[in-house]
Design a protein around this ligand. Structure first.
Ligand SMILES: Cc1ncc(COP(=O)(O)O)c(C=O)c1O
Length: 379
């Protein structure tokens, strides 16, 4: 039986065939420990060097500034707990936003329980943070500003460079969670003006369980995991060579394809949005119209429940919900809540996200299924 059309690339991506090919030797012959000085260690050690340069390539930084981690969550934890945490003597205040991924919000909650002060900035109805709100939140004891580059639910892009400039003026470290933007839009660290940036491998056609943290040279980073001296003493444990190679390859091809890939994803996303808008009434799109990821569409179907629509289309289309309804209770996502999307709209919100492999035929078929399902449910 054919599997549903995959429109959940923000959830995760399939492995790129080039990534699989690059990883194969490390599943077979090249099993050596990169720390071994004998022959078996040589290739894996060199492969890590290459992968580090490939990841550095898409971020426009040097290899020494890349730390391999287990994914976006760990990179965010590391940035906040080990790097901001190390600045405790200078101050204990961190600024972030209400629309971050739980991999930031929950870490901040934990740090608050351990003596840090956290400011959660609001967003406007497009999901944008105002730089003037950031400026107003800065205090003498602020040690870090952490604001996501692209929102995973609605795709809104934040004015990171402008906010980073404020951080720089006040000698505050600037982190951005770029799990959703790397590989979709340019993410050069110097253009973004950030000190720290999180990458998640499985959003960029590499496997799950691998990621990276960019740490600008000169920033003191405490070891996140103590043990032997891997990753320059910043993250102990024998390296995940297989997936590091996969992440390197994924970043290499994403950097080359960036413009073409962005254009393709956007064409498919726009085709979907135009089709939905032409066929249905009482729909709205969430997220900033212009400052938005090219692949993400958050659509609210007024008066419906997201899970019911998903159930109705599940054998043909894979997407995700922006709200969950249990019995007579509705749990609306923290992002839609922060954007003040009214409940009658928010509870019927789906996220569609296109990717490298999305085709016109898939979009046209998905459109038919979605439109029919919504009309049926509204009857
Ligand atoms: C914005 C954002 N940050 C962090 C993460 C977590 O990344 P990982 O799944 O690699 O831990 C995700 C994953 O959905 C994300 O969308």
């Amino acid at each position: 039986m054919a599997r549903p059309i995959y429109l959940d690339y923000n959830g995760t991506t399939p492995h790129a065939p080039e990534v699989i090919d690059a990883m194969l030797p490390y599943l077979h012959n090249e099993f050596g420990n990169p720390s071994s000085s004998h022959a078996y260690g040589l290739d894996p050690k060199q492969a890590i060097v290459e992968a580090r340069a490939q990841v550095a390539g898409i971020l426009g930084c040097s290899s020494s500034e890349i730390l391999f981690t287990s994914g976006g969550t760990e990179s965010n934890n590391h940035a906040l707990k080990s790097i901001a945490g190390a600045g405790y003597a200078k101050g204990n205040h961190i600024i972030t936003t209400v629309i971050e991924h739980p991999a930031i919000l929950k870490v901040c909650g934990f740090m608050e329980d351990h003596g840090f002060a956290i400011t959660l900035l609001p967003v406007d109805t497009d999901g944008l943070v105002k730089p003037s709100d950031v400026a107003a939140a800065i205090r003498p004891d602020t040690i870090m500003i952490s604001i996501m580059h692209a929102n995973n639910e609605v795709g809104t892009l934040q004015p990171i460079a402008e906010i980073a400039e404020l951080a720089r003026q006040h000698h505050i470290m600037m982190h951005t969670d770029a799990a959703q933007s790397v590989g979709k839009i340019p993410t050069l660290v110097d253009d973004l003006n950030v000190d720290l940036l999180s990458v998640a491998g499985h959003k960029v056609y590499a496997p799950k369980g691998i990621g990276a943290l960019y740490i600008r040279d000169g920033i003191y980073a405490e070891s996140f995991c103590h043990g032997a001296g891997q990753e320059n003493g910043r993250r102990a444990g024998t390296e995940n060579v297989l997936e590091i190679v996969g992440l390197g390859k994924a970043c290499e091809i994403a950097a080359v394809e960036l413009e073409m890939r962005g254009g393709g994803m956007q064409e498919m996303r726009d085709r979907l949005e135009e089709g939905v808008a032409a066929a249905l009434t009482d729909i709205r799109f969430n997220g900033h119209r212009e400052h938005r990821l090219p692949n993400t569409s958050s659509v609210s179907f007024k008066g419906l429940e997201a899970n019911r629509i998903l159930a109705e289309i599940s054998s043909d289309v894979a997407a995700s919900a922006g709200a969950a309804c249990h019995a007579d209770q509705v749990e609306i996502s923290h992002v839609l809540t922060a954007m003040q999307v009214p409940e009658e709209w928010a509870k019927g919100t789906l996220r569609f996200s296109t990717g490298r492999f999305t085709t016109k035929d898939e979009i046209d078929r998905a459109l038919e299924v979605i439109v029919e399902a919504v009309k049926r449910l509204r009857k």
